[in-house]
Ligand binder design. Structure first.
Ligand SMILES: *Cc1c(COP(=O)(O)O)cnc(C)c1O
Length: 390
């Protein structure tokens, strides 16, 4: 073939952040090295039995076997609405304000297609989930990093966004409890975002992947509970982290009916909806007593404390996060995100993620995931401690 394979837009995408690390891990494991991975945030404990049991029975119902509607089953939309009402005090109309998503990642990627024209700007939390920047790139739009400022509790400084960027900006991605920093919202930030979006004609997309995972008595709000939020935005909700369902691909786009309609229209041209058995299992998850979620938060909190104590003991100065499943730590003096990640992998056989992989403002930090069993996490912390002491 004389023409190179791959559309020009593919060349805009940065290399997949974990590809090189994955290769190194594979090589080391093949050589017999005992690697502990605190890299990817993928829950290590299984999906709760009541959800699996509902899946088992739903699969046996022939009514779940055909093409689903992209609008989703009534039972699924009602369950999302019920959950949002009970948990967040947010009213959602199941007919016009809820569409199932094949996970938050699919929703975020496709929302760019549904909402952005070439040349539009997408304001993206930096550091942040990589799809906030790669999604806009794939549709010919321009992602602009919105640095999360440590001194502001890892919120962006809205006043610092340049006027010429703002005039082209169409959407804004935010995410709390935050990946990768673990930051949560405890002030009027969402109110300020609503006012800012109104003033600048922006659509706010709040990635709500971690609302149920929090510690120390903190309870995360929905962005949509903010007065006026539904006029300016939507929330992307996901069952992945809350119910250990990352492999099941279940979530929802909820909120502003016009944005929800645009997403639905796009989806009717891209995929054929969510397996209805997965929708029924999701209903069981959302309508359960949430005991599994409380138990999981206890597990993550214990691991968080193990890791934070160990890192503080060696002088890394980590603040315990109140939400999400990561510890975000500054690298030691004289190191960069990449050099410290490399050193920890080479000399301690522990995989961590360089903060710079989540955007330019992540430089100087590393992310460690809490999705590793306690004994392995203790071992990883000890190995890192020995390394930094040396
Ligand atoms: C894990 C994660 C997602 C992806 O969730 P899925 O529903 O599994 O696609 C989205 N956003 C953030 C911030 C995440 O950490």
């Amino acid at each position: 073939m004389s023409r190179p394979i791959g559309a020009a837009r593919m060349g805009l995408l940065p290399p997949y952040l974990f590809a090189a690390i994955e290769q190194k891990i594979a090589d080391k494991r093949a050589a017999g090295v005992d690697i502990i991975s605190l890299g990817i945030g993928d829950p290590d404990t299984p999906t709760p039995p009541l959800i699996v049991e509902r899946m088992r029975s739903a699969v046996l119902e022939p009514g779940t076997h055909q093409y689903p509607s992209n609008r989703g089953r009534q039972s699924f939309r009602d369950a999302i609405a019920g959950f949002y009402g009970r948990r967040f005090g947010v009213d959602l109309d199941p007919a016009t304000e809820i569409i199932p998503a094949l996970g938050a990642k699919e929703a975020i990627a496709n929302l760019n297609l549904a909402l952005l024209d070439p040349g539009d700007v997408a304001l993206a939390s930096d550091p942040g989930y990589p799809v906030y920047t790669n999604g806009p790139l794939l549709v010919g739009a321009e992602p602009v990093a919105m640095p999360l400022v440590p001194e502001l509790g890892f919120q962006p400084d809205l006043a610092a966004i340049p006027a010429d960027v703002l005039s082209r900006a169409r959407i804004m991605y935010i995410n709390y409890p935050n990946n990768p920093t673990g930051a949560v919202i405890e002030d009027d930030f969402f109110e300020r975002v609503v006012a800012f979006a109104r003033k600048n004609d922006l659509i706010v997309i709040h990635d709500n992947a971690y609302s149920e995972i929090s510690y120390d008595g903190y309870v995360a709000p929905s962005f949509l509970a903010t007065p006026g939020a539904k006029d300016v935005g939507i929330e992307v909700f996901s069952l992945s982290k809350t119910y250990n369902m990352t492999g099941w691909r279940s979530g929802a786009v909820v909120g502003n009916p016009e944005v929800v309609a645009a997403y639905w229209q796009l989806k009717t041209n891209v995929d054929s909806g969510m397996f209805e058995a997965v929708q029924e299992a999701s209903v069981a998850a959302l309508e359960s007593d949430q005991e599994s979620v409380r138990e999981m938060c206890v597990i993550y909190r214990r691991r968080r404390d193990i890791l934070v104590d160990a890192l503080n003991a060696i002088g890394l100065g980590v603040t315990p996060p109140k939400g999400a499943i990561y510890v975000w730590a500054r690298v030691p003096e004289g190191e960069t995100s990449a050099s410290f990640t490399e050193k920890v992998l080479e000399d301690a056989a522990v995989v961590i993620s360089p903060g710079s992989a989540f955007g330019p403002s992540g430089e100087g930090f590393v992310r460690m995931s809490l999705t590793t069993p306690d004994d392995r996490l203790v071992e990883a912390a000890e190995r890192i401690a020995r390394l930094v002491d040396a």
